[in-house]
Design a protein around this ligand. Structure first.
Ligand SMILES: C[S@@+](CC[C@H](N)C(=O)[O-])C[C@H]1O[C@@H](n2cnc3c(N)ncnc32)[C@H](O)[C@@H]1O
Length: 224
């Protein structure tokens, strides 16, 4: 159990209807995950961590034929259970704990992927997040982060606000009401990028898509 019990409970509850996110986004979230993962040239013989992994939404895009082992980390018991059911064919090592509360081993992973887990991290924890990522990445390891952000354009913002605040909860249930406040508070990933740079992670690219998603791709440079 994590110190952040309310968030953990929220995700346990949300796991029952989490798939509705895909329909509500017209599968754009899936498209974004696929594009994120394409940034990695090869997964062959790499140790991979899918961080804040939910139901394992990223796993279907990772070619595990030459690399059967993947680690997922999520504090939600229900999400982890669903991930095991959906990915019976894969050899997954699951860590069920709060990312911020684990004593991680140093330089364990070649690749860390985190999709849609950043927006619920409190701003004061972003520095610790960057530190931990750097600590558990192997030299030359890569990290991919994908998250929803607040649209910059006024009309886009109004549209998303109406869609997430009114339409999505009306169609898919009131549990989705919590999504808009998170998106509204998550202006961009600049602060996280700054913290990653302080940790000496090299930013390969940082882009915004559809005025609603941002991706950061960074690398741990091997220092001699
Ligand atoms: C919005 S879901 C994203 C799931 C999946 N990665 C995706 O692409 O849809 C966020 C997940 O992060 C998990 N999570 C949030 N904060 C966490 C933390 N501090 N430690 C571990 N898991 C966390 C939640 O339980 C939830 O399953």
């Amino acid at each position: 159990m994590s110190n952040n019990l309310s968030l953990e409970r929220y995700f346990n509850e949300l796991s029952k209807t989490y798939v509705a996110n895909e329909y509500a986004s017209f599968f754009i979230t899936n498209y974004m995950r696929r594009n994120l993962i394409k940034k990695i040239k090869s997964f062959e013989d790499k140790s991979i961590l899918d961080l804040m992994s939910g139901k394992g939404e990223n796993l279907k895009y990772i070619n595990l034929t030459k690399n059967k082992k993947i680690t997922t980390l999520d504090f939600s018991k229900e999400m982890n259970l669903a991930a095991r059911l959906y990915h019976k064919d894969k050899e997954i090592q699951q860590i069920e704990n709060d990312f911020f509360e684990i004593n991680h081993k140093k330089e364990l992973y070649d690749i860390i992927i985190c999709s849609f887990g950043i927006k619920t991290i409190e701003p004061e924890k972003l520095n610790s997040f960057a530190k931990k990522i750097n600590y558990i990445l192997k030299p030359n390891g890569e990290v991919l982060l994908l998250e929803l952000v607040k649209p910059k354009n006024y009309l886009n913002f109004k549209l998303i606000k109406f869609y997430l605040n009114v339409l999505v909860p009306a169609i898919f249930g009131k549990q989705f009401k919590t999504l808009f406040p998170y998106v509204n508070n998550h202006v961009n990933m600049d602060n996280l990028k700054l913290n990653m740079t302080i940790e000496k992670l090299k930013i390969i690219d940082h882009n915004r898509f559809l005025d609603l998603f941002e991706i950061i791709h960074a690398k741990k440079i091997h220092l001699h």
